[in-house]
Design a protein around this ligand. Structure first.
Ligand SMILES: [Zn+2]
Length: 337
């Protein structure tokens, strides 16, 4: 372990076998002065070998990864493992309990809180512990997301660009083994910047694959199946679960966000009526939908148009919309990185 952290666990990361326990994040409140926030963690180790760090519930209202990782943690027999698997199905547990993207304790958005702060609020403390303790032990990491309440996603994996040639090849390997239909290569300019888990991974040279598996705070069976199969293929590919039964990955289509034109934003409040479905191929200038005026329904709804060409990878879920809300995100093809 490196550096100062207030987060602790009785779990011994160097011990063989399956250990199920909590991280304990100090959180002192009126009714619990010496209280801790419990974060469930499972460590499965069997001798020497690489370490995989598998996480979900960074945003509490994204569910495919939470279900897939809990099932994986229950199923894995330590005897089948070579190395170590660390699983956190509900990383920001207070957000998960609240069914929210952000933590109700400090309004913290965990995947915008990296590399974290050891003396910040609970969310910043979790991010700091993940960066300095868990990621520091890992050879590869997978962080499973979905669109949450506000978005619906075409199931896809995400990897970050900007690393060394070796790092990019390792990330592409990871994405090919995970086998999502689409892998989006991102430089972080879509909103996460340097504050995401994958940015933290790039900062210390650990390959991080993120995935968006569905959205609308529901469970996509397609997304769940991609997570279940993809996790096992990755663990097999990296020699951590060498005997696990998996099917062959379908080829993933490498795509990217090419700039700000890939995003469509609402410019007024109202009711957003989308014009196209997820997976549609659209062109710049094509109608993206209309926004209906609530207080003057006799007025014509305001048209919204796409500002670039591409595949619709993400779409706003709630109809109720305010200026600044993202309505769509588009992807275009790239060569495998
Ligand atoms: Zn998320």
């Amino acid at each position: 372990m490196t550096g100062f952290t207030q987060v602790w666990t009785p779990l011994d990361f160097e011990a063989d076998g399956k250990q199920c326990d909590w991280l304990r994040v100090p959180h002192s409140t009126d009714l619990s002065g010496y209280g801790v926030v419990p974060i469930p963690i499972v460590c499965i180790r069997n001798g020497a070998g690489p370490t995989a760090l598998l996480m979900a519930g960074s945003h509490g209202d994204e569910y495919e990864g939470q279900v897939a990782l809990a099932a994986l943690a229950r199923e894995i027999d330590p005897a089948d493992v070579r190395g170590r698997i660390i699983i956190l199905p509900a990383l920001n547990a207070p957000a998960v309990e609240a069914g929210r993207r952000v933590s109700p304790l400090d309004a913290g958005n965990l995947n915008r809180s990296f590399p974290g702060d050891p003396v910040g609020g609970p969310t910043a403390m979790i991010a700091h512990y993940v960066t300095t303790v868990l990621l520091a032990m890992a050879d590869l990491a997978i962080d499973l997301h979905a669109g949450g309440r506000s978005c619906d996603y075409l199931p896809c994996a995400l990897i970050r660009s900007g690393g060394t040639e070796t790092e990019q090849r390792e990330l592409a390997d990871l994405a090919i083994a995970f086998g999502a239909p689409v892998t989006s290569v991102s430089d972080g300019s879509g909103g996460g910047g340097r504050t995401t888990f994958s940015a933290a991974g790039q900062g210390i040279g650990v390959a991080v694959l993120t995935a968006e598996l569905g959205g609308r705070a529901t469970l996509s069976r397609e997304g769940l199946a991609i997570a279940e199969k993809g996790l096992r293929r990755v663990l097999k590919r990296f020699g951590i679960l060498p005997g696990v039964k998996t099917d062959t990955a379908s080829p993933t289509r490498f795509m990217r966000v090419w700039g700000r034109e890939a995003f469509v934003y609402a410019m007024r409040k109202g009711l957003f009526e989308p014009a196209v479905e997820l997976g549609a191929v659209v062109q710049s200038g094509q109608p993206a939908g209309v926004i209906h005026c609530i207080d003057r329904p006799w007025q014509e709804p305001e048209p919204v148009a796409f500002t670039g060409d591409g595949l619709v990878a993400c779409r706003r879920a709630p109809m109720l919309t305010a200026p600044g809300d993202c309505l769509y995100k588009l992807l275009v093809d790239v060569e495998p990185c």
